[in-house]
Design a binder for this molecule. Structure first.
Ligand code: 5GP
Length: 198
């Protein structure tokens, strides 16, 4: 059976990654969105196991020692990591998997799984990014400034990605994400077994 595509989606916080994934998965059920672990505090309305697995620093470190993460990174003073087991299982079952993770994590994934497809999302402009972060109202001004400076750093790495999606109109961005998944499925490298069998 053909393995699923591992699609890694990054972009500054406020770039609309979450909305993009939601828009795509509402119309496509055949994709698994990995739920990460983090040591940051839950925001209002966030639920354990739905948005994140919220762990203490000790719990997180234990999971690192057990090789339980496909990748992990520190972002704005908190740990974030992708649980290995569920992702590997879904890929082996032939399902596409989306990881919504930061640049450091994405580059680790690319190193360990070169066949992963890396997609970077951006809002139409820096001003819009700033407005979105402030408008969200979930972070203090200090945290927003930190996230904006992280965004500038992340942007420097965008050229290491395979695709860029400018997230202006959400339906268009979701279509582009779907097109990338279809293109990946049709790549010759992902059909070698089929060709041999044929
Ligand atoms: P937030 O705190 O806004 O939910 O996430 C902050 C950043 O951490 C975002 O860029 C998000 O994509 C990233 N992130 C979320 N989960 C993971 C993960 O499992 N690994 C890595 N490396 N980054 C993650």
């Amino acid at each position: 059976m053909r393995k699923g595509t591992l699609l890694v989606l990054s972009g500054p916080s406020g770039s609309g990654k979450g909305t993009l994934v939601k828009e795509y998965t509402e119309k496509h059920e055949d994709v698994f969105v990995s739920v990460s672990a983090t040591t940051r505090n839950p925001r209002e309305g966030e639920r354990y196991g739905v948005n994140y697995f919220f762990l203490t620093v000790d719990e997180f470190k234990k999971k690192i020692e057990e090789n339980g993460f496909l990748e992990y990174a520190q972002f704005c003073e908190n740990y974030y990591g992708t649980p290995r087991e569920s992702v590997e299982k879904k890929l082996a079952e032939g399902m596409d998997v989306i990881l919504e993770i930061d640049v450091q994590g994405a580059l680790q994934v690319k190193e360990n799984c070169p066949e992963a497809v890396l997609v970077f999302t951006l809002p139409p402009s820096y001003e819009i990014l700033r407005e979105r972060l402030i408008g969200r109202g979930t972070e203090s001004m200090e945290v927003i400034e930190k996230r904006l400076s992280a965004a500038t750093e992340e942007l420097r790495q965008a050229m290491k990605y395979d695709y860029i999606i400018v997230n202006d109109k959400i339906e268009v961005a979701a279509e582009e994400l779907g097109a990338i998944l279809v293109a990946s499925k049709c790549k010759k490298e992902n059909n070698i077994d089929f060709i041999k069998e044929f």
